[in-house]
Design a protein around this ligand. Structure first.
Ligand SMILES: NC(=O)C1=CN([C@@H]2O[C@H](COP(=O)(O)OP(=O)(O)OC[C@H]3O[C@@H](n4cnc5c(N)ncnc54)[C@H](O)[C@@H]3O)[C@@H](O)[C@H]2O)C=CC1
Ligand SMILES: O=C(O)C(=O)COP(=O)(O)O
Length: 526
């Protein structure tokens, strides 16, 4: 495995990677876009921080890339949909730098309140200006926290200890969580109306880009102070500049910028703006933590172990993963099997779970069904990362449901495939936590091992059919390893599955249909 690291990460992470047998690690920082496009071709993994721009062009140029590891949180510099489409895992290190970013936010709040950067520069410049740098206290003030996630939550807890009242806005959190942290969840408008300090802690995504702009500054209290240690672009810098110039905003503390470095930004000229060069995550502790986490995730990806911080595949805890693991090969086999016993273009895949499995997180099991089906239909690289995206691209609707009905099986996975011309239902179960079986087709009870070469026949139950099928196979030197028949009634409609030891050419299948008088027969290869 070849790992390319293009932004500086802690040696601790590099050591972990190098200790892994068969891993080659190359650190190449400050690559130009063109150099990265050229380099990436040879690598299996890419590790980055916020500086490397992993664009679609870069992803398209990659030939072996399996994982992009972000040694940090924000992934706004990665084209995640492009990676997903190509089956590349994107993983980050979400908890590694929470405290670093939180403490930096508080450091910036204090530095701004007490004019520390300005006073430091003045004194070092030979001046002694005590009255010029009169500050304000944070105690008793209202802090507005926009984005009450990991960092926003830690900032809230500490702000409360400093005697601040905290109002928070986050559309994806609960009033209970906010209360536990010491904040009151409210609207953005109330924050704008009441806050003395506003700090943003959301990701940079389309819905947060320029979420604070001129109309929002207009609603704010005069003299408000703004902190941005999240991402440049959440706050509209041009609008902030105007709000600072007009006196609406008394000060701004910025760690991040719309363009980094912010060369020539007029914000840098203002005395009431203090800045740091994207240092939020730059503590020894955070860097060791994120580098270690991401190195482990990259290794896991190569060992086929769960990548627990992956952002584009369902992530589950190792214990949960352990519980559904036996179902993944069965699900993939059911998908592959079902794809080979239908005609026409697949329009919908419906996966229904019943029995004990309904207590588990089955999202990955559904993906395994889809992956199996697309492996057959598309014959191209489909994996757990891109299976759903590929299905969507081909206009295949995926439906997942859990049924309360407990039939004869402890666990049952029912896969219904709808094509433009027909519908087929295939059911499977696991016996004793390890033995996968196909136990039903279109309501007929059967019991077949989903493996190797198989033949599925649809016929009328009458003497001679099975004998004739055996004769045709024998004549063509195809050995039968197992057989199961399901029928609706004696001499009624029937389905048979044969496990055979050899591949079955189409002409043999045709001969079988004719000689044995079958309605239809399908050859399945798992
Ligand atoms: N300056 C620096 O060096 C660092 C910056 N960051 C930035 O901080 C951001 C937050 O990091 P974490 O707290 O770890 O992430 P998180 O995912 O724990 O928290 C983000 C929160 O924002 C909320 N959110 C999403 N859309 C929102 C909206 N429209 N309005 C209000 N809230 C919204 C989410 O519900 C979530 O609770 C990262 O995405 C990253 O961009 C993170 C680490 C270091
Ligand atoms: O983790 C994040 O989102 C950060 O912004 C930290 O960025 P960095 O790794 O220091 O370039």
């Amino acid at each position: 495995m070849k790992v390319l690291i293009t932004d500086p990460i802690s040696d601790e992470g590099i050591k972990i990677l190098k200790a892994e047998p068969g891993v080659q690690v190359d650190v190449e920082t400050k690559l130009t876009k063109e150099q990265l496009i050229e380099k990436i071709k040879d690598y299996d993994a890419l590790i980055i921080r916020s500086e490397t721009q992993v664009t679609k062009e870069v992803i398209d140029a990659a030939q072996h890339l399996k994982i992009i590891g972000r040694a940090g949180v924000g992934i706004d510099n990665v084209d995640v949909p492009a990676a997903t489409e190509k089956g590349i895992i994107v993983a980050n290190a979400p908890e590694g730098n929470t405290i670093a970013a939180c403490e930096h936010t508080l450091a910036m709040m204090f530095a701004m309140s007490r004019n520390i950067p300005q006073a430091n520069a003045s004194l070092k410049g030979g001046k002694w200006e005590r009255s010029k740098f009169m500050g304000v206290e944070v105690m008793g003030k209202t802090l507005g926290v926009i984005g009450l996630g990991r960092i926003g939550g830690e900032v809230t807890k500490r702000a409360r200890c400093m005697g601040m009242e905290v109002l928070a806005y986050d559309p994806f959190t609960t009033p209970e969580r906010a209360k536990d942290l010491g904040a009151r969840l409210t609207t953005l408008d109330e924050i704008y109306e009441k806050a003395d300090y506003i700090t943003v802690h959301t990701p940079l995504i389309p819905s947060t880009r320029h979420m604070i702009s001129t109309p929002q500054f207009e609603k704010m209290k005069k003299g408000v102070r703004i902190i941005n240690c999240a991402r440049g672009g959440i706050i509209d810098e041009a609008a902030l500049l105007e709000a600072l110039k007009s006196g609406k905003v008394a000060g701004a503390a910025l760690d991040v910028f719309e363009k980094e470095p912010p060369v020539g930004s007029p914000l840098l000229e203002l005395p009431n703006v203090i800045v740091t060069p994207h240092l939020g995550a730059s503590t020894k502790e955070a860097q060791i933590s994120v580098a270690t986490i991401i190195a482990e995730q990259v290794i896991n990806a190569f060992k086929g172990l769960p990548v627990t911080t992956a952002l584009n595949i369902p992530v589950m805890k190792p214990e949960a993963m352990e519980k559904i693991k036996p179902y993944l090969p069965l699900a993939e086999s059911l998908g592959k099997f079902a794809a080979q016993v239908v005609d026409g273009r697949i329009k919908e895949i419906d996966v229904t779970y019943s029995g004990e499995i309904t207590q588990k997180d089955v999202s990955l099991v559904t993906i395994a069904v889809v992956k199996g089906m697309l492996d057959v239909k598309k014959g191209e690289l489909v994996n757990y990362v891109n299976a759903k995206a590929v299905a969507k691209e081909y206009g295949i609707n995926i439906v997942e449901s859990k049924s309360g009905e407990v039939g004869d099986y402890t666990n049952l996975i029912t896969v219904t495939v709808k094509t433009d011309s027909m519908q087929r239902r295939v059911q499977g179960t696991i016996f004793g936590n390890k033995d996968a079986r196909i136990v039903g087709i279109d309501g007929y009870r059967i019991e077949a091992i989903p493996a190797g070469y198989m033949i599925v026949t649809m016929h009328k139950d009458r003497p001679g059919v099975i004998g004739n099928v055996g004769t045709v196979l024998g004549k063509n030197d195809i050995n039968i390893a197992g057989m199961t028949v399901g029928r609706e009634a004696v001499r009624g409609e029937a389905i048979m599955i044969l496990n055979v030891d050899d591949a079955v050419p189409q002409p043999v299948l045709k001969e079988m249909i004719e000689k044995a008088g079958l309605y239809d027969a399908y050859y399945v290869k798992l």
